[in-house]
Ligand binder design. Structure first.
Ligand code: ADP
Ligand code: MG
Length: 292
């Protein structure tokens, strides 16, 4: 292998807005056969918006007051969407006196002396809160549109469902299509539920989905693919997925994401454009082809 060709390749990549931190990342690209995309903030814009407010036994404003009060303490993009919506309606958020975020599940809080929660079915199941049929149907309707359904509970009962949508990035569909045309198996991984995840995957042309994967489990899923013999590139924004970036044979970080992504990825994309994933892999292959 010629170090000169690799140095030249790294320089050429930088001109394209692709920072390659090590020659090994270039070399690994040759054997790559699988590309795994994180969903939120990677395939999607990562700035979700509230689209549906379905209260049960309270009115819309009360649902937003409670949900917003719980989420005000969380930095999760879903939480920010709920808080933004409540504030834009001029609602004074309920005050939370205690607060606990459960990664990949939701948030627990105490609101005006009562236990409260916002999150997914897994969270409510763990809390032993029953999800009535009507709630389940409402959540499914939201999920069938590729949105995320947040269940809101107060004092052990469901008081509503909030639907949140996160748009696909402009070039997600094209990037996935080009990678498939190059012969890669393309997967999506997410903590989101299987129905929402399945719709978003379908919209982007991805057939294999790993859904309801807890943040702590994402790296393990990458390891499992590697144990099956796949050589894996993982593309993520660093929210929840830094260990997966590190575990992958080639970790590709969206540079507009988090600092931890930039640290964990071997390849960092300066622009927030998924076509640069394709460019990075094409360039790596060209460089390594020349080195041999
Ligand atoms: P992703 O893998 O798409 O980045 P996360 O692992 O962050 O997703 O979250 C997975 C799921 O956990 C979300 O789709 C949501 O149902 C639930 N969740 C996580 N954080 C929150 C929160 N602050 N409020 C409500 N639900 C949450
Ligand atoms: Mg994410």
């Amino acid at each position: 292998a010629s170090p000169t060709a690799i140095t030249v390749g790294i320089g050429r990549a930088a001109e394209l807005g692709v920072l390659v931190k090590s020659g090994e990342a270039l070399e690994a690209s040759e054997k790559l056969n699988t590309v795994v995309f994180d969903k939120t903030g990677t395939l999607t814009v990562g700035r979700p918006e509230v689209t549906d407010i379905l209260p049960f036994g309270v009115d819309e404003r009360e649902l937003l007051r409670i949900a917003g009060g719980i989420e005000a303490n969380s930095e999760h993009p879903l939480a920010e969407a709920v808080v933004r919506k409540a504030r834009s309606e001029g609602i004074d958020l309920a005050e939370a006196t205690s607060f606990e975020a459960l990664g990949g599940k939701g948030v627990l809080a105490e609101i005006e002396g009562r236990d409260a929660a916002v999150g997914n079915r897994i969270l409510l199941r763990e809390l032993g809160i029953e999800v009535p049929e009507g709630t389940e149907a409402a959540a499914l309707r939201i999920e069938e549109e590729g949105k995320t359904a947040l269940l809101v509970a107060l004092a052990g009962r469901i008081v509503g469902v909030v639907g949140v949508a996160d748009a696909l990035k402009k070039n997600s569909v094209e990037a996935v299509g080009r990678l498939k045309a190059m012969g890669f198996e393309v997967l999506m991984i997410t903590g989101d539920n299987p129905s929402t995840a399945g719709i978003v995957a379908k919209e982007t042309g991805i057939e294999r989905v790993l859904a309801e994967v807890l943040p702590s489990e994402k790296a393990r899923e990458i390891k499992r693919l590697q144990d099956e013999g796949e050589v894996v590139a993982f593309v993520g924004d660093g929210i929840n997925d830094a260990p997966a970036l590190a575990q992958a044979d080639v970790g590709i970080a969206i540079g507009s994401g988090t600092d931890v992504a930039i640290e964990s990825g071997e390849i960092v994309l300066i622009r927030d454009d998924l076509l640069d994933v394709v460019a990075a892999i094409e360039l790596s292959r060209k460089v390594i082809g020349r080195v041999k």
